[in-house]
Design a binder for this molecule. Structure first.
Ligand SMILES: Cc1ncc(COP(=O)(O)O)c(C=O)c1O
Length: 393
């Protein structure tokens, strides 16, 4: 295999050199535990607090509103479970409203709240991949304590109308805390502005050139959240556990670079994605998913009629093209996509849908390589299916 086209930036991104350089000292002599009192601890503490200030500046909030977490999943868990439990404890109500296309980190948190007696409502999504605002209105009431709708969907890439969601939440559920999962949004949107209407905002470093296993939850001043991790009381009691200082520093550096270069990187990714999409359009029966015009610059999601995603991804991988489909679970196996199901896509169609995702590290060579492989592989698999329909069943 001579070259690899990595078209899976929505799954994770390569760590930016700036993040690696920023982290290095904290993986060496700056190894201290930031909770201690001595010089080595203080050095780590300084690094952590500088990182927090930088993250806050990039996300448009105060440093005291940033809680460092062990990634996006943990930030979502803390927001949804912690936000809802704190509000119920304060007597504000017990209804929780989430969209059907949320990441499992949000949906599984809501499910857990359901088991604790919360009244969980799941809001419909349109075939365009956008949350149904009328259905949202129907779900909201004065006893709603928490609403969670993402900013950008991780599968189909659609940008959600958060300002419209917020307007409805403030009007119909004035006591509710609004959470947005901005994990997939950071490379593409000015989260500081777009997520401003939300009370709680989740981000994850590895989606924008930072390390894995570190993220943040923005908790705006005055918003109550109950911790889900308890112990030493780090992060102002909201997230116990020794903070990964190097990770936080790497996240801060990656975020700074992402914000600084966003305009340039978005337009570069969009032109690569568009060239790729135009190349795929030469293949018969390639059907784009959802409303492509509302997807972020890095996302191309399509269905190759007559070819299962599983077969296609395996064949592409053999020829050095990395793409994804559905949500791969921990085993790497493909699970049926709850997002496509929520959009009303029949299961048989959803099995044929593939996500190609571009990012800051994508190049013209990636597009050239992918376009030299994908049409040929699709044609071969379709030919095999035509010769032996059972093979494609
Ligand atoms: C929208 C969204 N939310 C949450 C997560 C979870 O983030 P992490 O991998 O940092 O736990 C992901 C990761 O795929 C995501 O895409």
């Amino acid at each position: 295999m001579t070259s690899v086209a990595y078209l899976d930036h929505a799954a994770t991104t390569p760590v930016r050199p700036e993040a690696r350089a920023a982290m290095a000292p904290f993986q060496a002599e700056g190894f201290g535990n930031p909770s201690g009192l001595h010089a080595v601890a203080r050095q780590a503490k300084t690094g952590l607090e500088e990182a927090r200030e930088s993250i806050a500046a990039s996300l448009g909030c105060a440093p005291g509103e940033v809680v460092i977490t062990g990634g996006g999943t943990e930030a979502d868990n803390l927001a949804v479970m912690g936000g809802a439990r704190a509000a119920r404890r304060a007597g504000h109500g017990d209804r929780v409203v989430v969209s059907a296309m949320e990441h499992k980190a949000v949906l599984a948190s809501a499910e857990r709240l359901g088991a604790e007696g919360f009244d969980v409502r799941v809001v419909r999504v349109g075939p365009d991949g956008i949350v149904d605002l009328d259905d949202l209105e129907r779900a909201l009431d004065a006893r709603t304590v928490l609403v969670s709708t993402m900013l950008v969907n991780n599968e189909v890439g659609t940008i959600q109308p958060l300002a419209d969601v917020a307007e409805r939440v403030r009007r119909l559920a004035p006591r509710a805390v609004l959470h947005t999962d901005a994990v997939q949004a950071v490379p593409w949107l000015d989260v500081a502005t777009v997520a401003a209407p939300a009370d709680l905002v989740s981000v994850s470093a590895h989606k924008f050139g930072g390390p894995k296993g570190v993220g943040a939850l923005v908790i705006r001043a005055g918003v109550e959240v109950e911790p889900i991790l308890v112990g030493g009381g780090q992060e102002r009691g909201l997230r116990s556990g020794t903070v990964d200082v190097a990770g936080a520093v790497g996240m801060a550096a990656a975020l700074r670079v992402t914000v600084e270069r966003r305009d340039e990187e978005v337009s570069r990714a969009a032109s690569l994605r568009d060239r790729f999409a135009a190349g795929l359009a030469s293949i018969p029966e390639v059907i784009p998913t959802g409303e492509r015009a509302r997807a972020v610059a890095g996302n191309h999601h399509v269905r190759f009629v007559g070819v299962t995603a599983e077969d296609l991804l395996v064949a592409l991988d053999r020829e050095g093209v990395c793409a994804a489909a559905g949500s791969s679970c921990a085993s790497g196996a493909l699970e049926p996509s709850h997002v496509l199901a929520a959009m009303g896509m029949p299961r048989g169609h959803a099995r044929e849908a593939v996500r190609f995702s571009f990012g800051y590290a994508s190049t013209n060579a990636d597009v050239d390589h992918a376009l030299s492989v994908v049409p040929r592989v699709v044609e071969r698999l379709r030919g095999a299916a035509a010769r032996d329909p059972r093979a494609a069943a």
